[in-house]
Design a protein around this ligand. Structure first.
Ligand SMILES: O=C(O)CCC(=O)C(=O)O
Ligand SMILES: [Fe+2]
Length: 345
């Protein structure tokens, strides 16, 4: 099927999408209260361990030297584990996880001063959970991606925009979506909040749950992918280990019937309640369970003076890549998923 063709049975957009035209008005996250994450999901690296982690980072010249990388990951993880009462990795792996955790006081550097140190830090901390990876067709095939406001991109529904970023999971359009993703804050903006909301199926009535569990949604890739593909999928399904797999990104989703579009809207309308709003500070790493939780970000006003908010982001898989999913160019890259068509609102 040509990439731009839409399968005939998909033509219903969600009501919220159709009604507003202005996607940033779907849910006004700026109206949400900032709820500081509870102590059970926040872990602060003590000063001594911060210094030791910083020294370990200095030993890693090339973060993609696999053997050396694996060794340093093991050391950094052991160091993180030794430090306290809270083991973030165990916390997020539990099926009862909160949908995210926040590691604070990591040794980030001024990005201008010390090359790829922040990249190494993110990769080491992320690798405690699994394998960091990127999509071959995503941006310039980077594994670690920068999120910072770009002039001319203000109203884009991408990290680089500065309008409200709607609720979504990362890469809902592909079954190869990351299990977790990590955001490392390099430069903060106290006015910006990132929201995380764990999905709880007990909040949904039986018919909404049934509809959302049907493969009646065509979910497309966002504009950051060079090759725009889409997959037919259920918004909610269960993984083999019994955990939930959420594929939620209404902006890029077209539904097979008005009932399926309405079910998506019901889910959307639940999200504002119970979301956690986090103001990321420099040295914070927010790790989100991308299968269990959705996230969003408030709008803000960048200055474009070189000191705007800067995050680094990486995707993480817990399972090794199947050979047919791996890109030929790098063991850290996933090949482009097959195209079914491109939905749009
Ligand atoms: O800027 C943030 O806090 C979140 C960015 C985000 O969700 C994204 O880049 O997909
Ligand atoms: Fe995101």
């Amino acid at each position: 099927m040509p990439v731009n063709a839409m399968p005939a049975e998909f033509s219903y957009t969600s009501d919220l999408c159709a009604r507003n035209g202005m996607p940033q008005r779907w849910i006004d996250v700026s109206q949400l209260a900032t709820v500081r994450p509870g102590a059970e999901v926040v872990f602060e690296l003590p000063a001594g361990e911060r210094a030791r982690l910083s020294a370990l980072l200095g030993e890693l010249d090339d973060p993609y030297d696999e053997l050396r990388f694996a060794e340093l990951v093991a050391q950094s993880h052991a160091l993180l584990e030794r430090t306290g009462a809270f083991d973030p990795v165990r916390a997020i792996r539990s099926p009862l996880n909160a949908g995210f955790y926040l590691l604070r006081n990591l040794p980030v550097c001024d990005p201008a001063s010390r090359g790829a140190t922040n990249e190494r830090l993110l990769l080491m901390a992320a690798a405690a959970l699994g394998s960091p990876f990127g999509f071959e067709a995503w941006h310039r095939s980077e594994i670690v991606h920068s999120i910072e406001p770009k002039q001319g991109a203000a109203d884009q529904q991408l990290g680089d925009g500065n309008v409200e970023l709607l609720w979504h999971v990362e890469d809902a359009h592909t079954a190869l979506a990351p299990d977790y993703f990590a955001l490392l804050c390099v430069r903060a903006d106290p006015a910006v909040r990132t929201f995380v909301r764990k999905i709880d199926v007990r909040e949904l009535d039986a018919s909404t749950l049934q509809r959302l569990s049907e493969e009646s949604f065509l979910i497309g890739a966002d504009e950051s992918f060079r090759e725009r593909s889409a997959e037919r999928a259920a918004v909610l399904s269960y993984r083999p280990d019994g955990g939930l797999a959420v594929r939620y990104d209404p902006l890029y989703t077209t539904c097979a019937s008005p009932e399926h579009a309405a079910a998506l809207d019901v889910l959307t309308s639940c999200l504002a309640d119970g979301a956690t709003g986090i103001v990321l500070e420099a040295g914070d790493m927010l790790v989100v369970d991308n299968r269990a939780a959705v996230h969003s970000r408030s709008s803000y006003t960048p200055r474009f003076d070189g000191r705007d908010r800067l995050l680094r982001k990486v995707f993480i898989r817990t399972e090794p890549l199947a050979a047919h999913d791996a890109a030929s160019s790098s063991p850290f890259l996933v090949a482009a998923p097959a195209a079914e068509g491109i939905p749009s609102c």
